[in-house]
Design a protein around this ligand. Structure first.
Ligand code: PMP
Length: 421
């Protein structure tokens, strides 16, 4: 696989080798690296991307979920072009941001008020600092294998060496007893519990409703804020996973697709918490950021939520992609391969076993190797996943393309599984 890949990507190889002179490993986003070198993408169209060596792929890397709208949605593009032609750096409120804030507050149950920033990482840092100010406490609880951005990584191994400039404790995802015990043991120190209602980078493991309900009740009992990181999962249905599960956190963070494909982050929550930022208050908290309300993200994001990814479209997309995920599981079962896609709707990962895991302790560590092999094997068939093998589906994908995704991935898994078994 590796030799075929190298032979098929001479121009990518040349560009990546030049890049290594000025960036460590030629790379500025660790998650995009893979061995021997990543291919350089020249362009995207709809739900496909084309590399500098002339290969076109079905785009299941989906910019790690930020690519929900695909590469050139006409409505979003028109909004961005209008914003571009009206001038970019206005240093003032603009006519888009309140509309986007309204769309979000109407849609997500936990949001009375929201503020914008530039990335999901920033949104999470601001939410944690807000919780610290609101509660007067300074410790946080996260999930083992949780991922909240480049400085808030709780996965094992190398990645976590950069993690968490915060006093924190960890609990295992979807383990009610352990999570409640950890909360109780730290109840007087905890400002907030932050979790992803679908553990994303930790293998796309969906939360159990009972787990979220238990953590909700326990945090509430001790005046600890519950923060859902819905940076990725806000795409799963009309009101994200908080709506799906009917569990309302005190605060929620966002990012990714909501910016219409451009840099974006947001954090919001209950009125009494968010009003700490009201600048007319003498003791108002400071939240600044040059590009917080940049017109391109605000205009594209507003057009996206109000005209493209409407509440009904979000529900329909969840149903359609959940059907695709089921078909992939059935195709793998039909081939007799003990591999299944975890996740929900348009976000999935391959795991070894006949049942999709819900806890990290139920995952098989050989799946990492399998996903890397499937990544390379699928490239040969004209489909790109993320380098670590996660799949994201996007709005421009037709039914026929989703069937191709099932066929290519199940075929690649069937061929590569014997090498890890
Ligand atoms: N939270 C989650 C759950 C994420 O998946 C990510 C990014 N993959 C982030 C936060 C960080 O967002 P950003 O990359 O925009 O900083």
């Amino acid at each position: 696989l590796r030799d075929t890949y190298v032979a098929a990507h001479p121009e990518s190889r040349r560009i990546m080798s030049d890049a290594a002179e000025f960036m460590p490993g030629g790379n500025t986003r660790s998650v995009l690296h893979f061995d021997p070198f990543p291919m350089v993408i020249a362009s995207g169209d709809g739900a496909t991307v084309t590399d500098v060596d002339g290969h076109t792929y079905i785009d299941c890397a989906g910019e790690f979920s930020a690519g929900l709208y695909g590469h050139n949605d006409p409505v979003i593009r028109a909004a961005q072009e209008k914003a571009l032609s009206d001038g970019l750096v206005l240093a003032a409120p603009n006519r888009y941001e309140a509309g986007l804030a309204r769309e979000m507050c109407v849609r997500f149950p936990s949001l009375d008020r929201v503020r914008f920033c530039n990335s999901g990482t920033e949104a999470n840092v601001f939410a944690l600092l807000t919780a610290r100010n609101f509660t007067g406490r300074s410790r946080f609880m996260f999930m083992e294998e949780g991922y909240h951005g480049g400085v808030l990584t709780f996965g094992g191994g190398k990645a976590s060496r950069m993690n968490a400039p915060f006093d924190h404790v960890l609990a295992p995802f979807n383990d009610i007893d352990a999570a409640l015990a950890t909360i109780r043991a730290n109840k007087d120190e905890l400002a907030a519990v932050m979790l992803e209602p679908l553990l994303g980078a930790g293998g796309n493991l969906l939360a159990d409703k009972a787990f979220l309900e238990a953590v909700r009740a326990e945090t509430q009992a001790h005046g600890i804020l519950l923060i859902f990181d819905e940076v990725k999962t806000s795409r799963l249905g009309r009101s994200g996973l908080q709506g799906h599960f009917g569990v309302t956190p005190d605060m929620t963070t966002f990012g990714k697709y909501i910016g219409g494909g451009l840099s974006f982050g947001a954090f919001g929550g209950r009125e009494e918490i968010m009003m700490l930022f009201d600048p007319s208050r003498p003791d108002a908290l400071m939240h600044a950021g040059t590009f917080n309300n940049n017109v391109m993200s605000m205009a594209g994001g507003l057009a996206g939520l109000s005209e493209v990814f409407t509440a009904d479209r979000a529900d329909a997309f969840l149903d359609m992609t959940e059907a695709t995920r089921a078909k992939l599981g059935e195709a793998l079962a039909a081939k007799g391969v003990p591999v299944r896609p975890s996740g929900f709707g348009s976000m999935m990962s391959l795991h070894i076993g006949e049942r999709e895991p819900r806890r990290w302790s139920e995952t098989d560590s050989r799946a990492g190797t399998l996903r890397s092999l499937v990544h390379l094997a699928a490239l040969e068939e004209g489909l790109v996943t993320t380098p670590r093998g996660d799949l994201y589906l996007s709005l421009p994908m037709t039914e026929a393309m989703l069937d191709d995704v099932v066929a290519i991935i199940s075929g690649a898994v069937a061929r590569e599984f014997p090498y890890v078994a």
